[in-house]
Design a protein around this ligand. Sequence first.
Ligand code: SF4
Length: 465
Amino acid sequence: MERTNIVHVPKKAIQDVQETARHIKEQYGAGKKYFVESYGCQMNDHDSERLRGMLDIMGYTPSENKFEADFIIFNTCCVREHAEKRVFGNIGALKKIKDERPNLIIGVCGCMMQQKAVSDRLFKRFPFVDLVFGTNELHEFPQMFEKVLSGVRVKKVQESDGEIPEGLPATRINTLSTSLVVMYGCNNFCSYCIVPYVRGRERSRNISDIIDEAMHLADKGYKEITLLGQNVNSFKSDDGHDFADVLHAMNDIEGIRRIRFMTSHPKDLSDKLIDAMAGLEKVCNHIHLPVQSGSDRVLKLMNRKYDSAHYMHLIDELRKNVEGIEITTDIIVGFPTETEEDFEATLDIVRQAEFSAAFTFKYSPRTGTAAARMDEQVPEIVKKERLHRLNSCCTEIITTNNQKHIGTIGEVFVEGVDMRDKPMAFGKLSNFKMVYFPGDKDLIGQFLNVKITKTKHNSLFGELL
Ligand code: SF4
């Protein structure tokens, strides 16, 4: 697959974004509120943070309640099943509010809108929606919004031309831990996945831009950064740096204590990356490595570009080199033509790999993907039964594996306090395991040593040392 020519959106265009946003503040922004509803993955969440960043410059203030907002925007995702039905339903429900408050502005953006047929349908069906745009127009949001404020309905969805907008403002939701996008798009075309069609081809940021942003986040007090990309470990910058180089550069940033990354593709997991994970103290000992199936025949149909033997080889290398590593995964059951034998192979790889968590899904077709056109779709009842068996198998393995943590001491980065029963502080170990222990909100933001005393479901419980 050829790489896209990467074009960085000129600095001038980003300055124009800020200029327009400030103009909106002077003209319209006073006392106005916005409500952003975000669907889908962390990439989408980060796009929502950038929407919030631009709205904040426009003088709008965030609201938790869409009924009092002057601007409501849905940042949609098309990856999950029935997403379209849900989003259309939620937008339809806004008609009543719009009838009562005609000055309310309603916007819809994100990867679902990047599918032209869907955004056309939405714009036609809901004439009260004022603004629709895709994933490639995010940096033009203030200009489009200004047109809407002047009374024009706007819809803009264009193909990706490989642009990377640097320097867009972002208002981050979390204050301790945050994400940083290092690359956009995906070239893999897994046969079930819509992402390459809606997020475009792979394009990596310059390593210097990534490090500038990370240093800025460290200055603001962030201690943990998750590096994001649809296929993060295939990062390749114009000047020849790979993802292991990004980890090395990140590891040198003062103030950052933990570095995570997702999502990795097995075919791009190099020895150099495993060495970086093993040798760099701030890089967490966890990897999310989707296996999707244990059947080589199904993996081929999925266009995953590895087989089960290669996947298990990677697991062995990771365990051999990265001390205490925990591996999490994604698995799809009921891919078209999947037989009982194929499914048994998936159960086998789950048992061999001993994942510490698995996100499991029933296959469901996405319009426009190769798998949706395949014959021999697996009946729903079979998918359901296989998912149930898979989940039981995963739970058994996770429960057994959790036992090995009892008696160990690990450093927890405290994220919050659960007040349901008695106050329990919670946070993650470097290996991504969630740990609960008696503690109050004063502990939030601290790195504390906790001794694990018991396990329950997928979590560990312990006491502060
Ligand atoms: S690697 Fe495959 S599953 Fe992941 S985003 Fe790319 S096409 Fe989709």
